[in-house]
Design a protein around this ligand. Sequence first.
Ligand code: WT7
Length: 651
Amino acid sequence: MAQDSIESVLRENRSFPPPSAFTAGARLKPEDLKALRDKAAADHVGFWADLAREEIDWHEPFTQALDDSEAPFFKWFADGKLNVAYNCLDRHLETRGDKTALIFEGDEGDVEHISYRELHARVCRFANALKAKGIGKGDRVVIYMPNGPHAVVAMLACARIGAIHSVVFGGFSAPSLKDRIEDAQARMLITADGNYRGGKAVPLKEVADKALADGCDSIETVIVHKRGGLDVRMQDGRDIWWTDAEAGQGDDCEPEWVEAEHPLFILYTSGSTGKPKGIQHSSAGYLLGSIVTNKWVMDLQENDVHWCTADVGWITGHTYITYGPTAIGATQVVFEGVPTYPEGDRFWKMVDEHKVSVFYTAPTAIRALMKLGEELPERHSLDSLRLLGTVGEPINPEAWMWYHRVIGKERCPIVDTWWQTETGAQMIAPIPGVTATKPGSCTHALPGIAADIVDESGESVTESDKGGYLVIKEPWPSMLRTIWGDPDRYKQTYFGKFGDRVYVAGDAAERDDEGYFRILGRIDDVVNVSGHRLGTMEVESALVAHSAVAEAAVVSRPHEVKGEAIIAFVILKGDSGAEGLAEELRGWVAEQLGAIAKPEEIRFADGLPKTRSGKIMRRLLRSVARGEEITQDTSTLENPQILEQLQTSGH
Ligand code: WT7
């Protein structure tokens, strides 16, 4: 592990106890949390088994809680049967049928309220449409859609019939979409003509057509939701409008009762190679993690209006939009647009309009909105808010304090939640009515989550403010089950270092003298740009796919708003260094991977700093990108003169 990535970065001593008014109304009081922790400590598996019995409606109960006979391929509640969509919808019909499930707000401000009864009917109708197209249990369906109720319906409809969805974020490019479709061997693609985000058209169908034009032979049907009113080409025999697919379908659809371990979805995320990993989640274990964290951490209650600003294309949108809040019968806002359109007060305006009480967003959004000044939030009362959350990257204390003071009016606890696509649900986070929070710390592991920090030899790091590997030492129900089609990579990536029971998160972390966790960042070749995860190798592969590029190395450097920004060092073929090539390459990467992967800066050089064995010295490049003095040992460099060139090639 690179020493510079595990050094503690700052000291933060401010502490904010939960406001007593909040605690009085919270789901979990100090004594409840203590009871949960005691129980989990006494009987880890029994703790989760009891919760699974209480929180999930089972079609057939399970008899074995954890099967670890094939570790690290763990199975939870394996002989039980359930349906996730049933748990998210049907079980509310009697008590909450008329309750609003979704408050959708479109980019242009159009608003639609959808009750649980209506959502159930829509999901059933669409599930029937999927069946009519031959989709059934175990088939893969890729969803490439705008954030909105149709995406939620498509996901739940898959869950209802046991099809495995893989949502691909609408900002991903045609090649990225194609790779994911092919890796999953999806039979169906559900997309939209396109939509508007921040007033700009996003031509989803056009991008999808490009993806399908070369390859993707597994796709038989493309269902197209008409959202943006964009011109699209419909291919005869393959493409069908959503409304036509649904025509004549009934509002009832018997759920497919699946085994607890049946894959609910695959979600691709970046790793340290050029090929994204299809993170495979289970049905029951995943559902359980979603439910308990929405109760314990988000504290969602009957009268709350929850708003998670993530897109369903990310895991946050799966667990804190589609599955968790619906499984506990909550009301939530789903938003199609961006925080700054039409103006920088969009979030705050919507909080007032929809009386949002629990608000969950990313540090990058907070930093961007903070930069716009306090006048924008001050236009709105924000009185309805009672709890704030953050996710996706470390939050700097300055942004935390702004969120606390300007948005939460010092009245709302902030839950800084650490988790990953792989963990399925929040893992290290405050219990808002109990835990005193500290800016920049995600506080403590949740009950039943055996988080620890270990050194190179796997020993717990007990000293405070000393960094190490963040690990989870016992399996937990919502953990990933494997990497789709690549069990070896699963084992290697997550259990390759400390054995079959110890999950290695890929983050470095430290604890303060009160045991508060602070996440220091990734220790693999993964960067976090605006809360989105990217593999530096993916960007490198995209760059070398350009005809002018011979070699590329990609690193990150801190960025005020995005958290991290991508810097690429590029070696050109021959002397192809034409004017405007940096701009062209930036655009090329966006085309290959998606706009989020666009490098902030490209530097050209004649070579990369390599060891004599040919390994690129990334740490050195990181220092160069950050304009730091080089303190590392450069004596092993094959080509020391290259260093000076790299340092001066920037602007
Ligand atoms: C990586 C996971 C979890 C949903 C969104 C991102 C970083 C996540 C925090 C946090 C510091 C965080 C980690 C992690 N991360 N939450 N509260 N504090 N870092 O999911 O794309 O799977 O990325 O995001 O580095 O490993 P993801």
